[in-house]
Design a protein around this ligand. Sequence first.
Ligand SMILES: NC(=O)c1ccc[n+]([C@@H]2O[C@H](COP(=O)([O-])OP(=O)(O)OC[C@H]3O[C@@H](n4cnc5c(N)ncnc54)[C@H](O)[C@@H]3O)[C@@H](O)[C@H]2O)c1
Length: 469
Amino acid sequence: MIENFEKRILCIGAGYVGGPTMAVIAQKCPQYKVTVVDINPDRIARWNSEKLPIYEPGLDDVVREARGRNLFFSTDIEEGIRESDIIFVSVNTPTKTFGAGAGMAADLQYWEKTARQIRECSGSPKIIVEKSTLPVKTAQAMKRILLASDKKNHFEVLSNPEFLAEGTAVQDLEKPDRVLIGSDETVSGLKARNDLVEVYANWVDRDRILTTNIWSSELSKLVSNAFLAQKISSINAISALCEKTDADVSEVARAVGMDDRLGPRFLNASVGFGGSCFKKDILNLVYLCRYYGLFEVADYWESVVRINDYQKNRFVFNMLACMFNTLATKKICLFGFAFKADTGDTRESPAIFISRKLVEEKAELIITDPEALENAKTDLQDIEGAVRYELDPYAAAEGSDAIAIMTEWKLYSDLDYERIYQSMVKPAFIFDGRNILDHRRLFDIGFNVYPIGKPPLTHFDDQPEICQE
Ligand SMILES: NC(=O)c1ccc[n+]([C@@H]2O[C@H](COP(=O)([O-])OP(=O)(O)OC[C@H]3O[C@@H](n4cnc5c(N)ncnc54)[C@H](O)[C@@H]3O)[C@@H](O)[C@H]2O)c1
């Protein structure tokens, strides 16, 4: 078959970012050939199947439209590198678990292997695009690796961090708030930057395509995630104060969020934030600040993560105190395990921490989630004995002492709680870790209801004094 594509785009890393991002580029730009490669053959097989490896609303349709036309998933990384003009690198950059910077710095081993492989397999000039979230100044290291070769290929490195949010990835990619592209401000850097602008300009308004120097672009992604997480930790910190003062955190958030300078989004108090990025990216920022001797700045950002840990701990202590200081042999049903609604992703989900703590208290867990049970089983495989997994929320809640809402799936607001109440052990408890339920109605049904940052609604005469570690 003679291929007649205007450009050949490759993405290394077929994960939550690489897959959806490339699927949307392929859908919007049928004139380009887009190939996504990965070292994980199972993942690639699933991208080529009817059941994609990740759940994202709308993604199936996008992939179905472009796959086989100009979108391809493959394990042949070397061939992909050889034939492409633009290479996006979207491999994982988790927190380092060993050596210097363990628990803080980004683990760049996957990223570095990719850089070396690109250098070895390239037979022509390439534009390399950092799509992964990386510490500021990584592009410099990438260039050094790419240029340390006898071959005379020219590589231009761009930073183009991804701002999609899981659960709304397709929508975010189709109508992004902004696309950020950073480059060296040299003649060749500006030309490469312009080539990438032209790719996005196929469907994104030009005034939403922001160009900067490469270091600003790398840093902006870390800062963006740090600001978002900080907003969540701020309202979560206030939820603890609300619980002490009979204020209602939703009312406070509404009053605060109507200020245009602050805005209403990311002001929902909850059991805590999760996801693969917030904690990792903040810790990475903290590490960078310490590296540059900015200790006060580092401490400031680290406190965002500390408040998140505090919030998760508080949730479990609250459950324990409210259920008469013992959870042993009690059945607790977790509604949701994904770190947020509309995704099956469970990385850093608060539900993992809460599950482990509850099992330490010798509670029996029943976990339900419409999309995340497969991942939940992997996350909790070492404590399998005390945990049961159940797709149907009614079956999950049957015979349990308490329900804890972990994920804000809409389906949990729409359930028949009268029926659920009838099937549970009494007194029946609901701990709404996302404040998504109709608390007054649940109370009227007979539940003892414990929201986040609001006075509880219980059928007991007095409230327990909650002691916290
Ligand atoms: N998940 C998000 O919501 C999100 C949003 C914006 C940015 N990011 C950033 O994007 C990057 C990727 O995140 P993700 O969630 O897609 O991760 P992921 O773990 O889902 O995907 C990464 C993929 O890269 C593959 N990979 C690793 N090394 C490889 C190599 N040498 N060659 C080929 N493939 C390789 C892995 O097998 C995996 O499938 C991270 O830096 C992350 O911080 C993530």
